[in-house]
Design a binder for this molecule. Sequence first.
Ligand SMILES: Cc1ncc(COP(=O)(O)O)c(C=O)c1O
Length: 350
Amino acid sequence: MRFGRKIYESVEGYTPGEQPREPGIIKLNTNENPYPPSPRVIEALQALTADRARRYPDPLASALCRACAGVYNLPGEDWLVAGNGMDELLALALRAFVDPGDTVLALYPTYTLYEVLCQIHDCRLQYIELNDEWLPPESFYKEKGRLCFLTRPNAPTGVAMPRADVERFCAQFPGIVVIDEAYVDFCDDHCMDFPQRFDNVIVMRTFSKSYSLAGMRIGIAAAQPPLIREFMKIKDSYNMNAWSQAAALAAVEDQAYMRSCAAKVRATRERLREALIGLGFRVPPAQTNFLLARWEGSPSASAIFEKLRREHRILVRYFNYRRLDTALRITIGTDEECDALVDALSAILR
Ligand SMILES: Cc1ncc(COP(=O)(O)O)c(C=O)c1O
């Protein structure tokens, strides 16, 4: 590319999961929530007037940040910054805290976007391999770097490293620790109290999973005010449109609805895990709204993925990456969707 920048020559970009156009597909490939958003979200969106479209939105998303401070038990809205999806906040964290050439740490395997963001930012991503139980090795707790992306629970493994180990890591790491809690509402515990105890910790959440708002693009980051001010310096003034702010506020104010959907997903997850293990898959205990099902037999995992898609119209995620190419990542759908998946897998493996 004649006009492109040299540092982007080898950048391939992130490959998002497929969003099929044809109807009638059971979609278990991008970790969306199978249940609709809270009815209060729809009411809040319908209440917006044309005037809200005419005017610029609140650049600080203050009402949303105040509500989140209450729900997360943080001292005030100046501990939070909202973003156009967590993905925007992840990119901003690199821009705010990492110089080109610096070392950024992540565990492997994890969310592949970090690697793309580091390439774009021209910094060095150092992976530390997870062990066979998908947990960090002891050497991880002595690592140094400018920033570490720590995904808990991790994706695509589904495993949550013990909270005490996150604490141990944050206490010794000299740089910024971004704890990516995209899936935390499906987990037994969380680290939202860490920003008050560590001046180097940023906890990030998304509304795409537990709040069923992937289409609205809403993420939030919590950290001590000096770190939040760094985000404010560099973010677009109007990164959160008025509709997303209204939807997010209504969603976060309806904790009971979110919790009830998350509980249903967790119950289905345990049922599906049992069924998959019964079919011969190896499935680590997951704390997420998806399962990583490992399959070393025949037909191969990639062949199973293809058959599910072509013959059963069920879409799951297959990663042709090291250590993941013998596995399927399966989003937890409704009970009916997961039953259909189990039936299809039984037919394929028979
Ligand atoms: C680990 C992890 N972090 C962040 C995100 C991005 O969330 P958002 O939709 O808010 O950009 C995802 C989405 O799949 C994810 O899996």
